[in-house]
Design a protein around this ligand. Structure first.
Ligand code: NAI
Length: 396
């Protein structure tokens, strides 16, 4: 089949296997170009390993310090007439590259929130690795079926306590408009915290701890976002922000668990706003990202997921100065995004942007390029007119 992008709003419903493989290879090449990370992790579990920050974490661990990795994710394989999701192709490509490099890589495609997947992963760690020294928690999901109650919670991206009105962009059509979002109900706030908060991360760590599968000194990290004040009503102070507060609560409790278990540690890394499948679904944020890219590219400080995680590993987690915490005990790898001159430049563009000047004032073109790349489109060296088999074995 010839596979072309089919963009529907903020998703692309097709993905290109060879393009996704090339995208993974770019990230592997980046990590390798930085040299090996002698003190890096060796046995790693990544929950949410197939796209975005989780995939970058898996690649950084495997190709930075030769780590054995177990990846957990929720992706759809191909049908005879429909390509798989990009995370499927990414994971297949990662696994093939890891095996070629002589690295252990095993995949679990299923619901990370369920007890069944946790038990399968625990059994694999016990059998194949003995213990893990790093657990990366990088899930971004619209829903979670609670393993104890059976209730399915759905997350929403809404302000809390007040209506929020701001500019937003239809990234596909390039139309800037005003969006008004009504505040979330108490039930929606609780549901979003149930999905994107810290309970599931705690369940994973407790299960690993009870089964004695955490190595002495094991680290666990989960990712969060803060961003500029203009997005706070829909992010930091919105339903997702409250869920992230719960993730921070969980980090403290997990840190205490890991400390008992041989001086391990758990923390939150606040990362940069980037184009991923998760972030493209948030109102207002894509418009901010397209301005941020413009400003940071001009300044020479723009990074993607792999650059962010590679820097987190090399300069804080496994080298350099060690972990540096902000006043709230979080690691800030969003430091370059939050530099005052960068934020001032974005704040200047914000009131001026319209549909007409969007291409000139923002990097909407770069946004679209990155977005399509998430699905394997626009990669150099790929013949997008060629017939390609959508069926790819996951491996591992
Ligand atoms: P993403 O959408 O690229 O990746 C999400 C991952 O979770 C995928 O591997 C997916 O398969 C997996 N997943 C979703 N539901 C699952 C389930 N039920 N069971 C197993 N796996 C499941 O998301 P992204 O953007 O990389 O987000 C990861 C984390 O980073 C999130 O906590 C997000 O809030 C955080 N973050 C994202 C930023 C951004 O701008 N994209 C900025 C800062 C933090």
């Amino acid at each position: 089949m010839v596979i072309k992008p089919k963009v529907r709003g903020f998703v692309c419903v097709t993905a290109h296997p060879a393009g996704c493989a090339a995208h993974v290879q770019e990230q592997i090449d980046y990590v390798k170009s930085k040299g090996s990370l002698a003190k890096g992790p060796k046995k790693v579990l990544v929950i949410g390993a197939s796209t975005g920050y989780g995939l970058a974490s898996r690649i950084s661990a495997a190709f930075g310090s030769g780590a054995a990795t177990i990846g957990v994710f929720f992706e759809r394989p191909s049908d005879p007439d429909k390509p798989a999701t990009p995370g499927w192709y990414n994971s297949a490509a990662f696994t093939a590259a890891a095996k070629k490099a002589g690295l252990y890589a095993r995949n679990f495609n299923g619901d990370a929130f369920s007890d069944a997947v946790k038990q399968e992963v625990l059994a694999a760690i016990k059998q194949d690795l003995g213990q893990v020294d790093l657990v990366v928690y990088s899930l971004a999901s619209p829903r979670r079926t609670h393993p104890k109650t059976g209730v399915t919670h759905k997350s929403v991206l809404k302000p809390v306590g007040q209506t929020y009105t701001n500019k937003t962009v239809d990234t596909d059509k390039g139309i800037v408009s005003t969006v008004t979002i009504e505040p979330a109900s108490e039930a929606e706030i609780a549901d979003t915290t149930a999905v994107m908060g810290g309970e599931d991360w705690e369940m994973w760590i407790n299960a690993l701890d009870e089964a004695k599968l955490l190595a002495p000194g094991a680290t666990s990290v989960a990712y969060s976002y803060i961003g500029p004040e203009l997005t706070w009503p829909v992010y930091k102070n919105g339903t997702i922000g409250l869920a992230k507060n719960d993730l921070e609560r969980a980090a403290k409790s997990i840190n205490a668990t890991l400390k008992l278990n041989g001086y391990g540690r758990a923390f939150i890394s606040v990362n940069k706003a980037l184009v991923t499948q998760a972030s493209s679904a948030i109102p207002v944020v894509p418009l901010y990202i397209s301005m941020l890219y413009k400003v940071m590219k001009a300044k020479g400080t723009h990074e993607g997921c792999i650059e962010q995680i590679d820097r987190l590993f090399r300069t804080q987690m496994y080298g350099g100065q060690g972990l540096v915490f902000d006043d709230a005990g979080r690691v800030r790898i969003d430091d370059w995004e939050m530099e005052p001159d960068v934020q001032a430049a974005v704040a200047k563009i914000w009131p001026e942007v319209t549909t007409e000047n969007l291409p000139a004032l923002t990097d909407i073109a770069g946004y679209r390029e990155e977005f399509l790349k998430l699905f394997g489109f626009g990669l150099p060296g790929i013949d997008y007119e060629a017939d390609i088999n959508p069926h790819v074995e996951l491996g591992g």
